[in-house]
Design a binder for this molecule. Structure first.
Ligand code: KG4
Ligand code: ZN
Length: 344
């Protein structure tokens, strides 16, 4: 190895903030060596949403196997790691504590450095894995079940938040609407699939505007409009065309997201746009956003769906950039359910 070639940095990522028990080993923040995701969706589907106590118990049952499998698949021993990165917020407190406790135990026995990662930053960093050439600055839309943020990634770990949702997150709106029309949980993928057979112009749902805040989002008005529409149809004794409703609702969400992001892109002269979070796996959102970005000559990035929804590779990637900055945690690391994204 030549002297100026940097040693490879191997990070184990651990993620348990919601209903995915996940562990991954990532090299130099960009190359996945293993990526294990044990989903609890089937169990929570029975209840129409994530039940925090059940999620905690399932994480406890699975975390050791998931971590062992991630290390084995990567061909990495605990001692070969340069750091253990774990999500410590935001998320559900019980589920977060399982991952944090596991990471602290591994750190304690192995002395491998510990890093606490913000889950939202993890979603953003999924783009560094999906495209190893991606470098800041870029505009990023984070749309997940709990968060909707429009931000400028000015540098690694340096974020300027331009807008956020004032009520429901985009994914939450998908989940609530899907439940109301009987499509089940999680709503996003179900609405995405149902919309393929529907007409996006069939029902004119409102495009949510927020007064005095050009980049903030609001999805509760749209959700209420869908619920009112369902009530009216029931009162009239008319059958709801679910594919038309799904396609029309989805297009209302996508229109608002695209128009906000493109306004910001033009005002900020953003050279590139990246999508992140579970809702970024939505086929219409990806297509419309790509089209709008390319029309404006912006480079467009969007991770494959498996890196958009919760996973630990993105946590290991965020951990790598924290490692490079020397930002380590110790055994006092605790779960912070309402953790905000650190920003400038
Ligand atoms: O990022 P994520 O896995 O977890 C959170 O950090 O919240 O996002 C989950 C959210 C759920 O609300 C789910 O319905 C939504 O992402 N989602 C989708 C799609 N796939 C997942 N929303 C729209 N279209 C999809 N294809
Ligand atoms: Zn997430």
């Amino acid at each position: 190895m030549s002297e100026d070639k940097k040693k490879d940095v191997l990070i184990l990522g651990i993620e348990s903030s919601c209903d995915e028990t996940a562990a991954a080993v990532v090299k130099n923040g960009r190359e996945i060596l293993s990526n294990i995701i044990s989903s609890q969706i089937d169990i929570h589907t029975l209840y129409g949403g994530v039940v925090p106590e059940i999620a905690s118990r399932k994480h406890t049952e699975r975390i050791v196997q998931v971590v062992n499998r991630a290390l084995a698949d990567a061909g990495t021993a605990l001692q070969d790691l340069d750091a253990i990165a774990v999500t410590f917020g935001p998320g559900l407190v019980g589920p977060l504590l399982v991952g944090v406790s596991m990471a602290k135990a591994l750190h304690y026995v192995s002395k491998v450095p510990l890093i606490g990662v913000n889950h939202i930053e993890g979603h953003i960093c999924a783009n560094y894995i999906a495209d190893p050439a991606l470098k800041p600055p870029f505009l990023c839309l984070v749309v997940s079940g709990g968060h909707t943020h429009l931000l400028m990634a000015e540098d690694y770990g340096v974020y300027r938040i331009l807008g956020r949702t004032q009520d429901d997150a985009a994914g939450e709106a998908f989940d609530k609407v899907a439940r109301a029309v009987g499509l089940g949980y999680p709503g996003g993928p179900k609405i995405d699939a149902a919309s393929k057979e529907g007409d996006p112009a069939a029902i004119p749902f409102p495009r949510g505007k927020v007064q005095d805040s050009e980049y903030d989002f609001s999805f509760s008005g749209l959700k209420s409009a869908v619920l009112n529409y369902l009530n009216q149809m029931e009162m009239k004794g008319e059958k709801v065309n679910v594919p038309d409703l799904a396609a029309s609702f989805q297009m209302a969400v996508v229109d608002v997201l695209v128009s906000h992001v493109m306004r910001a892109a033009e005002e900020m002269h953003a050279p590139a746009l990246a999508l992140a979070g579970g809702v970024a796996s939505n086929s219409t959102l990806r297509e419309k956003m790509r089209q709008a970005a390319e029309e404006r000559g912006m480079r467009f990035y969007c991770p494959p769906p498996v890196l958009c929804t919760d996973n630990a590779a993105m946590i290991a990637s965020a951990g790598y950039f924290a490692y490079e900055r020397g930002e380590f945690a110790d055994l006092t690391l605790n779960a912070v359910p309402g953790l905000a994204l650190r920003h400038v």
